[in-house]
Design a protein around this ligand. Structure first.
Ligand code: CIR
Length: 263
């Protein structure tokens, strides 16, 4: 007999900020060894990403490319946003410092804003919200000062905050993502797995590691194309799926969540 799964959507998103990759995109930071990205294909994949967000019901704010910052399409790292307020980050790799300036201008009329200040470093890819909880990954991009500043802001807004070490991964959300309904995607090698025992954990094996960064947006979960086991596991949880080809972003260490700021 089929079971009926009731999925909730506690925080519906209505908007997203995205930024198209610039012609300098291939000069960005990467450790992937997957080769040089093709900018024309990256732009096509970005268009499909935008269409997917629109299908999920979001109104998009699409920023022009900034050739001075080859990684600036990865807007998620420049801010942490909730439905009520935002925090402008201070990117942890000096090559990305300054990307946050434009994002601040865009968010200022929309949300009450805070900022992470020096010596704090923090990137949005290290921050995961799971309902009333926020997890802050301590990585090469997010330091203790950044984490402490963010934790103070979030606790003042009545969120529970946890700081968790990230090992061998670029960002926290490279290895862990919350889908809602207590469901969590977790890469098998994630070093702090025991911190998530209270969740219904879907463990992602090494060969599908990239799909640990799948993204719940309202009624859908967006999943990178080419990871059938993860796709099937998420479908079994009862979610509707949108699959997207992201090869040109994977080449630059970027996943689904990094390409937008959703609120
Ligand atoms: C970087 O290394 O900063 C970029 N090439 C990739 C950033 C990916 N962002 C994310 O996972 N939130």
């Amino acid at each position: 007999m089929n079971s009926i799964i009731h999925l909730t959507n506690k925080s519906m998103f209505t908007k997203a900020i995205v930024r198209r990759p610039a012609h300098t995109y291939a000069n960005g930071i990467t450790t992937s060894n997957l080769g040089k990205p093709d900018i024309n294909l990256a732009l096509k994949q970005h268009d499909a990403y935008c269409e997917a967000l629109i299908k999920c019901g979001l109104e998009l704010i699409i920023l022009d490319p900034d050739p001075n910052f080859p990684d600036s399409c990865f807007v998620e790292d420049t801010a942490v946003v909730t439905n009520d307020f935002g925090i402008i980050t201070r990117p942890g790799d000096s090559r990305r410092l300054g990307e946050e300036v434009e994002i601040k201008k865009v968010l200022e009329p929309l949300l009450k804003l805070y900022s992470i200040n020096a010596p704090g470093k923090l990137e949005g890819g290290d921050i995961m919200q799971a309902d009333n909880n926020f997890y802050i990954g301590l990585s090469n991009r997010t330091n203790l000062s950044g984490s402490k500043q963010l934790a103070d802001i979030l606790t003042n807004h009545n969120y529970e905050v946890y700081s968790i070490p990230v090992c061998n991964l670029l960002h926290f959300k490279t290895g862990v993502n919350y889908l809602g309904d207590n469901n969590l995607l977790l890469h098998r090698e994630f070093c702090s797995k025991d911190d998530f025992k209270s969740y219904n954990r879907t463990i992602i094996d090494n060969e599908e590691e990239y799909a640990a960064n799948s993204l719940r947006v309202n009624d859908y979960v967006i999943v990178p194309k080419g990871f059938p086991k993860t796709k099937m596991s998420i479908e079994k949880l009862g979610y509707k799926i949108i699959e997207l080809e992201l090869s040109e972003y994977q080449k630059m260490d970027g996943g689904l969540s990094c390409l937008s700021l959703r609120f």
